[in-house]
Design a protein around this ligand. Structure first.
Ligand code: NDP
Length: 325
């Protein structure tokens, strides 16, 4: 059966890096035909048409159709996988309330359209920032969709952490298991090496504490800014790659003895208030995320998790005060 994948902000940088990989089968596998729906704001429809022309020109065997629209009710009609990439970026001098309001105007109606028109098995990944809170807004407008179908992306932070650790310990990334990103997809997120295993041993015990605290954590947290500084543009291909990884793992499951990171609706685990969309160590089986339970959290990790969760609470309170959820 053809799977309908909707990408919002389809004419943007991440959209450009994402669509070709979806159409080539890297999101759902080489046996799954896909149809793409490209949602854009009206002024960007022409650019989306250009991307669609290039998609046509690839003659992808799995690609069954492309729809381009500025109407969320059309874009999300029958959608199975929704990748919410388009968002209002923070511009210089913009107040946080204005940023959240602008995104409420995007993610509220998209949540409603998903509620009314999506397929029963819809899975939603929010990439557009502030991703966790945008996911919260969309979810709150989709009361008929199970809450656990709304997720936000911390897989890029996860992959960045894998790559930094792999370089430090001079091991292939495939030897690293159980990496965890906690909290908000923002510079407060916490990459935790106290449960990560390298060659079967805890990673935090294989690196010195100073490197972990003063190099590893800030490098992962500030990687986005470092890429802007170097490239003169935001990361796009790596963000698209992480979105592919997130959905691929969600649908196909995590490997035995391993887990990944995703921002999912909290059930109160690890003291994260219920209902917040926060990053956790998660496994996936049968198309469902499960938060890994029973990990010991030491004081160092607790402080950092609490800080990031505090930021999520503040964002939630702000969107609540603005009437966006
Ligand atoms: P990008 O494609 O580069 O980024 C899109 C969103 O992804 C931004 O919110 C960005 O956040 C976020 N993001 C999350 N993780 C990352 C990461 N690691 N690196 C970079 N970005 C990340 O933006 P463009 O401006 O190129 O494209 C956005 C498109 O969205 C435009 O074409 C615009 O027209 C469209 N849009 C569509 C809407 C809709 O469909 N209704 C609504 C709003 C916009 P950050 O800003 O923090 O980098």
């Amino acid at each position: 059966m053809t799977v309908k994948v909707t990408v919002t902000g389809a004419a943007g940088q991440i959209g450009y890096a994402l669509l070709f990989r979806i159409a080539s089968g890297q999101l759902l596998g080489a046996d799954t035909p896909v149809s793409l729906s490209l949602l854009e704001i009206t002024p960007a429809l022409k650019a989306a048409e250009g991307t669609a022309m290039e998609l046509d020109d690839c003659a992808f065997p799995l690609l069954q159709g492309i729809e381009i629209t500025d109407d969320p009710n059309v874009a999300f009609d029958g959608v199975n996988v929704a990748l919410l990439v388009g968002a209002r970026p923070r511009t210089a001098g913009m107040e946080r309330g204005d940023l959240l309001s602008a995104n409420g105007g995007i993610f509220g109606p998209q949540g409603r359209a998903i509620n009314e028109h999506a397929a029963d098995d819809v899975r939603v990944l929010v990439v557009g920032n502030p991703a966790n809170t945008n996911a919260l807004i969309a979810r709150s407008h989709a009361p008929d969709v199970p809450a656990d179908r709304f997720t936000a992306m911390t897989r890029l932070d996860h992959n960045r952490a894998l790559s930094q650790l792999s370089a430090k310990l001079q091991v292939p990334v495939t030897e690293i298991r159980k990496m965890t990103i906690w909290g908000n997809h923002s510079p407060t997120m916490y990459p935790d090496l106290y449960h990560t295993e390298v060659g079967g041993k805890i990673a935090a015990e294989q690196v010195d504490g100073e490197w972990l605290r003063d190099t590893f954590i800030p490098t992962v947290a500030k990687r986005g800014a470092a890429i802007i500084e170097a490239r003169g543009a935001s990361s796009a291909a790596s963000a698209a790659n992480a979105a592919i990884d997130h959905v691929h793992t969600w649908v196909n499951g995590t490997a035995p003895g391993d887990w990944t990171s995703a921002a999912v609706v909290s059930d109160g685990s690890y003291g994260v208030p219920e209902g917040l969309i926060s990053s956790f160590p998660v496994t996936s089986a049968n198309g469902q995320w499960e938060i890994v339970q029973g990990l010991d959290i030491d004081a160092f990790s607790r402080e950092r998790i609490d800080l990031s969760v505090r930021e999520l609470l503040d964002e939630r309170d702000a969107v609540q005060a603005l009437g966006l959820i």
